[in-house]
Design a protein around this ligand. Structure first.
Ligand code: SAM
Length: 254
């Protein structure tokens, strides 16, 4: 297997294994989810008559929260992992579709907005994906891509930061690809400040909550925790989740 294929295989296994506990593991702080939902609605501006898609929706946790907050006409969760998708299907106010990027763009769908949150680094051919999305999106449609910069502000150990950067496309490249596929882009960089107890953050690291941590052994994670610990005297880890919000809309005809 090539390095890229091995990474993708490990990623799929990671999500299948974590499905049941995924929402508990990804808990930065109690105010993170409502903040994120508000940010998404600010950028996506979903209207009551609109139909939208949460692509790579995982368990549908954010899809449901946004559906309740913005009250659009419909919400479709798209997720390739069967176990994750089964959890999304239990949220009966949402629709769901088990599909990956390649099978999603083959669907005869029309929608007004597309959310691609913390997924883009998993796609092997992003340009084909955006080109496939283009005819599905209504003329006034919007895409909201949420991702992180290559240099993460999360309190990871050096090797984990390096692996994160290696798997994360640069923001310039992401915007160029969207533009090549026929979209205008606008980028906002927004920090969510985090203050977590060490025991909370280390539990997340030990559970390998991020797919980039999957390749590390238990011993490497423990060594990484010792490394992180040296940077934070006392009981707290004070860091930030720096996020990139990219809004893409159909290119204006001049
Ligand atoms: C970090 S999780 C994000 C889940 C959700 N968007 C959220 O923000 O809570 C990444 C998700 O992308 C999905 N995924 C991985 N590869 C994918 C692909 N090729 N097409 C669509 N989704 C994919 C995973 O199964 C997982 O549910």
């Amino acid at each position: 297997m090539t390095k890229q294929k091995t990474f993708m295989h490990n990623t799929q296994q990671h999500y299948a294994q974590l499905a049941e506990t995924f929402d508990q593991l990804w808990q930065f702080s109690p105010d993170y989810e409502p903040w994120m939902v508000e940010q998404i609605q600010t950028h996506l501006a979903l209207q009551p008559h609109e139909h939208w898609v949460d692509f790579g929706a995982g368990t549908g946790r954010f899809s449901q929260a946004i559906h309740r907050y913005a009250q659009p006409a419909s919400t479709l969760c798209v997720e390739p992992d069967a176990a994750m998708c089964a959890i999304a299907q239990q949220k009966t106010e949402l629709m769901s579709l088990q599909a990956c990027d390649q099978t999603f763009v083959e669907q005869p769908l029309r929608y007004d907005a597309l959310l691609v949150k913390e997924v883009i680094h998993h796609l092997s051919d992003r340009l084909s994906f955006w080109r496939g999305v283009k005819p599905q999106l209504n003329p006034n449609g919007r895409i909201l891509l949420i991702t992180r910069p290559q240099e993460t502000t999360l309190a990871l150990f050096e090797q984990a930061k390096a692996r994160f950067a290696q798997h994360q496309p640069s923001i310039d490249l992401l915007c160029r690809e969207l533009q090549t596929a026929g979209f205008d882009t606008q980028v906002s960089i927004i920090d969510f400040p985090l203050r977590q107890t060490k025991s909370h953050w280390y539990t997340m690291l030990r559970a390998k909550f991020m797919s980039d941590l999957v390749g590390f052994s238990e011993d490497e994670i423990e060594a990484g925790i010792i490394e992180v610990d040296k940077h934070y005297p006392g009981e707290w880890i004070t860091h930030a989740d720096r996020l990139l919000f990219v809004v893409a809309t159909n290119k204006k005809q001049l």
